[in-house]
Each structure stands twice: as C-alpha cells, then as structure tokens.
Design a protein around this ligand. Sequence first.
Ligand code: HSE
Length: 433
Amino acid sequence: MKTLKLGICGLGTVASGVVNVLNRNREEISARTGCSIEIIQIASRTKKDNCDLTGIDFTTDLNAVVTNPEVDVVLELIGGYSPAKELVETALQAGKHVVTANKALIAEHGNELFALANSAGVSLCYEASVAGGIPIIKSVREGLAANDISSVAGIINGTGNFILTEMRDKGRDFEDVLKEAQALGYAEADPTFDVEGIDAAHKLVLLASAAFGITLQFKKAFTEGISKVSTDDVNYAEELGYTIKHLGIAKKRGDGVELRVHPTLISKSALISKVDGVMNAVVVTGDAVGDTLYYGAGAGSEATASAVIADVVDVARALVAGAKPIVPGLGFEAEALKDTSIIEIGDVVCPFYLRVMATDAPGALASITSIMSKHGINIDSITQRENEQVGDMTPVIMLTHEVKEDVVNLAISEIEQLSNTAGVVVKHRVAQF
Ligand code: HSE
C-alpha cells in the first residue's frame, strides 16, 4: 500500500482537529483511498496537548515543512496572508500538493496561486475554506457540473449567525456572544472579518468562481456587516414574517454577476431562515437540478478538519491512480475562466425593508409615500407603530416591491430631508427563496 506523507503548518483549532480525526478514522480513510495517510511533520509556535502527536516530528520552523523532501502534501492551516502565501508558493514550486483552509489567501491571491499549481502539475485544494464541514465546493464543482448555475446564496459565516441567533432568541449582548464565539474557536483571529462580512465575502468569491467559471474578484464584492442590525429591526422583521440573516449572495445576470454580503430579510417560510447558531447553509440553483440546499457546521475543529481530510483523500486517490489532479481548482479549465464584470450594488434589484422615525401628525405618512411614488417605488406594506412613540416621533416600517437600489437611495435621501422625519432611514435588503 502506498503512503501519502503530510506536513502541517500550524497547530490551531483546525490542525488539531485534523490530527484527531486522522488518528481516529485511520482505517476507514485508508480503506477509502487504498493508501496509508501519515502526518510526518507539524510546525507551530507551540505544542498543544489536545491531540496525540506520537510519531510526528514537531518543529517551530514552518519552512522546514514546505521544504521537507519527504512531505507529499502540505496542509496550510495557519491562516492569514503572510507567511501563509510564501509557504504555499514554496510548497507548490517544490511540486507538493497543498490543502488549505485559508479563504482569505485563496480569495485574494487564488488567481496567481492556481496558476502556480497548474504549472507545477499539483493540486491546490480549499474545500475547508468555505462553510466549514459542508462539502460545498465539491458539490458545486463536481456534483453540479452538468448545470448552468444561476445563483449561490447562503449563511457562510458561523460566528455571525451565532451572534444574530443569540441576540434574537436570548436578547444577549453583541460583544458577549462574540466573546463566546471566540472561546469556541469559531471566530477569525481578527473577528472584524466575521462581523463586517469580510470572511463571508472571501467564501462567496470562491463559491462564485466555482459556480460561474469566473476569476476571483474579491475587491469587487460588496460587503456590509451585522453591526448595522438593531434588535428593533430584528423584532419588526419577525413580526412581518421575516428573519434577518447575514447572507452571501452570488447571482448571474445577463450583464454580469452580483456578489454581495449583507444583512438580509428572509421569509420565515424559507428553509434557510431556520438555520441558526453556528450552522451554515447554502442554496445553489442550477438549470437542470433546480434549487438544492446544503446544511452543516460552518466552523469548529473537527467539522473543518472533515473538509481538510476530504481534500487529502482526493490527492491520495489521484496518487493511487497515478494521475495528475483531474478536477481544476475552480472547477473550470484555467483558460475557460472569464473576467465577468461584477455588478455595482446600486444596480442590484430586490425588495427593501425601510424604517424611518416620523412625526405623529397629519401628512407625515403622505409626504413619505409621495416621495416613494415619485420614484416609482411600489410599497408592499406600511406600518406605523403608534405604541412605540419616542417623543412625538413614531417608527414607520415599509416593505417595498422589487426596485433598483440606486432608486431607493434617492428616495431615502429625500425622506431624510423631510421636516416631519428624523434621523437616518434604516435600509435592509430582502431576498426571496
Ligand atoms: N470564522 C469563520 C466562521 C470560521 O465563523 O464561519 C469558519 O470559516
């Protein structure tokens, strides 16, 4: 039986999960691959006692792993940009396969790294980068390969979903829940990435490329975080029959691709609205298959390790077959990838949730609705909350029909100038599933 030798950079939450799962399921994995998989070296600043490192060479020198001639596959599990990028480049240039959970690295530098892997004839695998344990990259790239995929949308940040769920269900404080997510190993090293949607945008960019065959264009993704979501809006949305989720949406249109991450109202009747806590879910729509939904743990030690090891299994199977990587990294041959333009957020068309404080006096609603009417915005529902008056102002909540965001923004700026309204108009987008 052949042996595939792994070297791991990092020994954090994900790497210790990889060690534990490989130790525990060694026989099953070997039976699935026809190959023995051995971790021969791990590099990290510190040793951990949450996994058994017996028989593994431990070093603090990350370079030792990527230059070790015995290592066939490097698992880059340190995260971040540097030295992760340099380590991956060194490993690929040395003809080693690389498996990574580093979405930031792939989303922002993937175009060049895949080119490097292609020219070296090795695999660069990143399943664990998106939605933790859910095999969503394989599903999009392989399981749905027959389809013209029109959209991919989902809850792809566990920390953000955990925070929104705890705030809604237990009235817990934002900071308090974030601290718990950090202690549980869900949050990124810099939790701003989770809260402000940067982590979700990294994942969305990878999903969009695998779904639509486009180059990675992270800088063009629109990102809005959950810090803008107030408990009041969560409650008003609930009363209107919606849940607010932090969603990543990638949608193909005739003139380009929408790539956006933002808090989103979803009807409570949609399956994805029921995805709570650290769980992730992704809806992929293809012309042949229709809507498909993938659900699972989006973060955590062994859930993410499950995806890392699945990539290692792919490499092992190719090794046993004596083949080069057969699935292109982004699911399309490199020369077929398109630089499709990314649609500006102002050109996105969807229904909106708007909330404004208005004076409780004759004419206030009329002046708001006349602005909406002037801009051709069709109001689906409007509610004035008489019993939630603050001074002489009451909240007015509107749901619109589909309209272009630029048009809504024009109406909002006029409503904010009215003498019978106060403060900013809160705006959230609505998605239909
Ligand atoms: N911080 C990420 C999350 C980890 O909360 O989803 C998994 O990518």
